[in-house]
Design a protein. Structure first.
Length: 298
């Protein structure tokens, strides 16, 4: 785990995306102008073309190093986010497989299906929003254990093949959840943020090499704000399960709707409210079938 000295300010993840960009850009612009205005007069450096050219070269070198570092961090963060999306998709697929099997079991799978629905609701409402901060949710864990117990009870009354499939689905569901919880705290290593901060400090320090004139202060502020926007972009992508562009719980919500609808249809069929019959062919289907040539008899 990273120490608080090298991690970014985590409270900013709760702000809107525009507020994060504004915070980084305005802060960097103000610091760049302040560094030039406060430190440059103390150094009393010459104000000539040769000195300004050297200052520009120094600033360009620092900006290039910082830009390359941010590009690499952005690629790493995007890779982490793609991995988080894969983990969520695998867990949703495992939930869907368990739900389909519970419906196929008929009356024997009703309690199993109800436990699965309650478990998914707990993921959406309790565990998923806070797992990046608090990890495993106690109530969701209790429902997961209850679902596992219901699965074993149901498997005891099934044939060997069906019981094996059910237990395998339970294992896949548990493995998918554990993998999601393991990735919940994913973030860029603290060493990356240490390097970014050091390069930002060097960029601000180069402002002291310029004469503190109004147009120079404005130039330094705009330059620092542009680089800070890239830092804010990496910050927003840093943790795949936090912030405004984090991985969404929408797949779980869609699966919950699917599970609920499937259970309602299966219950209606069992009560005889719906006839489990294939749909009748439409008039177009009948007309197209009539146009087909008759089979040739030998």
């Amino acid at each position: 785990m990273s120490t608080p000295l090298i991690t970014p300010p985590l409270m900013l993840y709760d702000l809107p995306e525009a507020a994060v960009y504004a915070t980084f850009m305005l802060g960097a612009a103000a610091l760049a102008a302040l560094a030039c205005r406060a430190i440059a007069p103390l150094l009393n450096l010459p104000d000539n073309k040769t000195h300004v050219d050297m200052a520009l070269r120094t600033t360009a070198a620092v900006v290039s190093a910082l830009t390359l570092t941010l590009a690499f961090c952005a690629i790493q963060a995007r890779t982490q986010q793609a991995e988080a999306q894969r983990v969520v998709a695998e867990e949703v697929a495992a939930i869907g497989g368990m739900g389909r099997q519970a419906v196929r079991l008929g009356a024997e799978g009703v309690s199993l299906h109800a436990g699965l629905v309650g478990y998914v609701r707990s993921i959406i409402a309790a565990e998923f929003p806070d797992m990046a901060l608090n990890g495993r949710n106690a109530e969701t864990q209790r429902l997961a254990e209850a679902l596992e117990h219901a699965g074993y009870v149901t498997a005891a009354g099934l044939t060997d093949v069906m019981a094996q499939d059910l237990l395998q689905n339970l294992e896949q569901l548990d493995t998918a959840r554990e993998e999601r919880l393991r990735h919940a705290e994913d973030a860029l290593p603290g060493a990356f943020w240490t390097l970014i901060r050091l390069l930002m400090l060097l960029l601000l320090a180069t402002g002291a090499l310029y004469p503190p004139k109004p147009h120079v202060l404005l130039m330094l502020a705009i330059q620092a704000a542009g680089v800070a926007a890239l830092v804010a972009f990496v910050f927003l992508m840093d943790r795949p399960f936090r912030g405004q562009i984090a991985v969404s719980s929408a797949p779980y919500q869609a699966m919950l709707v699917n599970l609920t609808h499937r259970a309602e249809v299966a219950s209606a069929v069992r009560r005889g409210l719906l006839a489990a019959q294939p749909p009748q062919p439409s008039s177009d289907t009948a007309r197209l079938a009539a146009d087909d040539p008759a089979p040739v008899t030998p």
